[in-house]
Design a protein. Sequence first.
Length: 169
Amino acid sequence: MRATKKHRTVAYHEAGHAVMRLELGRRPIHATIKPSLATLGHVRHRRTQLDLDYFDARDWRLQRWAETEVMVSLAGREAERRLTGRKNNEGAASDIEWALEVARKCEGERARAFVSWLKLKTRDWIASPLVWMQIEAVAGALLERETLTGAEVREVAYAAVRSQVEGGA
């Protein structure tokens, strides 16, 4: 498959989501850059179901879930920004919407501040050489195959890290 600039951008966007899920201890089911009616690509994963009425907003489990959901949502846009040098608010609109919805459920009136803090945290995480290396590897695999299973995402990402660690030792 010949990668156009658009395909490459989508591949990095979806790789950002998939790798961030791995980094935060969650497993993707699959990642794809095959367009559908609603998206140019997506990362499928099991949604964590929480009874938000049961948990107090200060509960560490709710905070951990919220941070993970927001950071994964923001990671695609951030990977895309790192690749292209510009933000894509239009293409990431549903990601941003989900991040704000999660933040509102957990943080109420502090939602925007919570998302702003996690944008910085996500940016720094994506800029980490080992994380960026995984994103590049997964994006490359997506450009070759269009769809990766969750196991393939993990295999490609971890192989990139292993090669760096073994090569750098």
